[in-house]
Design a protein around this ligand. Structure first.
Ligand code: CTP
Ligand code: MN
Ligand code: MN
Ligand code: MN
Length: 363
């Protein structure tokens, strides 16, 4: 037999935006292992390797069933030698020794712990590690370390915000934020984005987009009353600029990275709580982004994610269509013009892609 690949696995695109990936991951055993390898590559500043592992994991997530033999991965895109070896090892032994080695590594453990704090990225984590610091206690007791405002809040609310957020908690926050936003601006538009819009049951934060039907009235839209902490960034948006090629670059919309207080009786079924914690509230991370209404669709697509889905949408636009796409705009390099995008569907149409529903973007 020349080919024993099941039909369902045929023609899997190398681009996540041409795959439909629900929250149901049949290959978690493999993708969890690949995520550790990706993360470790990220800590070692090997972006190429990191991306390769993330792409491989993303392809496996899109499969309609579990991989049960190495033969079943024949013809799949983005699966390099390394990934194949990991899959083979897991199929044979039920575990991957390289992954276990990394998980036991002191540096990996420290960097993973440090970057789990709100406001701490790989650079800061590396700096602390090189100073010989290994635990939160050591960091907080080191007089030479100056935490910024964001990091101080990150440590203060660590117990709460390192815990998952449930759908019910996200829904409760939506109601509270909606009420507050509408109190300030009755016709404002609020949309839930991020993982919860993709149908995830749990998240690490809750993401929202806020805008106004009339262009310009979104400027300076602020929240009051419910904020425990606000890392506010004013808009630096320039409508004449071409979309950015750098995926890691932050968009220019006005935004807040918040920590908000959510009360027990605001949530149907109650709060997700730590054992032994009897407080009537918990802290939750919330991202609030305020694009002008004519950028609503690109911002919505960008902030709905997943990161891998959006990353590939941008790569597809550039490589296959000579277009530039980011959270602000879609630009056609051949026609030398911005394309109008009122809805997410418009963006897929311009790119010549089949529409992918939010719940199918869990790449
Ligand atoms: N995003 C972005 N710019 C940022 C941060 C995030 O465009 N500065 C986008 C990401 O591309 C991502 C989406 O916003 O797709 C949501 O990001 P995040 O909240 O980190 O991830 P979720 O997919 O919501 O998953 P989680 O449950 O972990 O929050
Ligand atoms: Mn999120
Ligand atoms: Mn996340
Ligand atoms: Mn977020």
């Amino acid at each position: 037999t020349v080919c024993s690949t099941p039909a369902a696995v045929d023609n899997v695109s190398q681009y996540a935006c041409q795959r439909r990936t629900t929250t149901e991951n049949h290959n978690k055993m493999f993708t969890d292992a690949l995520e550790v390898l990706a993360e470790s590559s990220e800590f070692n500043e090997n972006e190429g390797r990191c991306l390769a592992f993330r792409r491989a994991a993303s392809v496996l997530k899109s499969l309609p069933s579990a991989v049960r033999s190495l033969g079943a991965t024949q013809g799949l895109p983005c699966l390099g030698e390394h990934t194949e070896a990991v899959i083979e090892e897991i199929l044979q032994f039920g575990r991957c020794f390289k992954v276990e080695e990394i998980q036991c590594d002191e540096r990996y453990q420290a960097l993973k712990l440090f970057t789990s704090v709100f406001g701490v990225g790989p650079k800061t984590a590396e700096k602390w590690y090189r100073r010989g610091l290994r635990s939160f206690k050591e960091i907080l007791n080191e007089p030479a370390i100056q935490l910024n405002k964001m990091q101080r809040a990150g440590f203060l609310y660590y117990r709460d915000i390192s815990k998952t957020v449930s759908k019910a908690e996200a829904q409760a926050l939506r109601c509270i934020i909606e009420e507050t936003v509408h109190w300030i601006m009755p016709d404002a538009i609020l949309a839930l984005t991020g993982g919860f819009r993709r149908g995830k049951e749990y998240g690490h934060d809750v993401d929202f987009l806020v805008t106004t039907p009339e262009l310009g009235r979104e400027e300076g839209l602020l929240l009051h009353g419910i904020l425990l902490y606000c890392e506010h960034q004013g808009t630096t948006f320039d409508a004449t600029k071409l979309p950015s090629c750098n995926f890691e670059a932050m968009d220019h919309f006005e935004k807040c990275f918040l920590i908000v207080r959510l009360y027990e009786d605001q949530v149907e079924g109650g709060l997700q709580r730590n054992p032994g914690d009897s407080r009537a509230w918990r802290a939750i991370r919330v991202d609030l982004v305020v694009p002008p209404v004519d950028r609503y669709a690109t911002a919505l697509l960008g902030w709905t994610g997943s990161r891998q889905f959006v990353r590939d949408l941008r790569r597809f636009a550039r490589k296959e269509r000579r277009m530039l796409f980011d959270n602000h705009a879609l630009y056609d390099k051949t026609k030398k013009m911005f394309l109008s995008t009122t809805t997410e569907e418009d963006i897929f149409v311009h790119l010549g892609l089949e529409y992918v529903e939010p719940w199918q973007r869990n790449a």
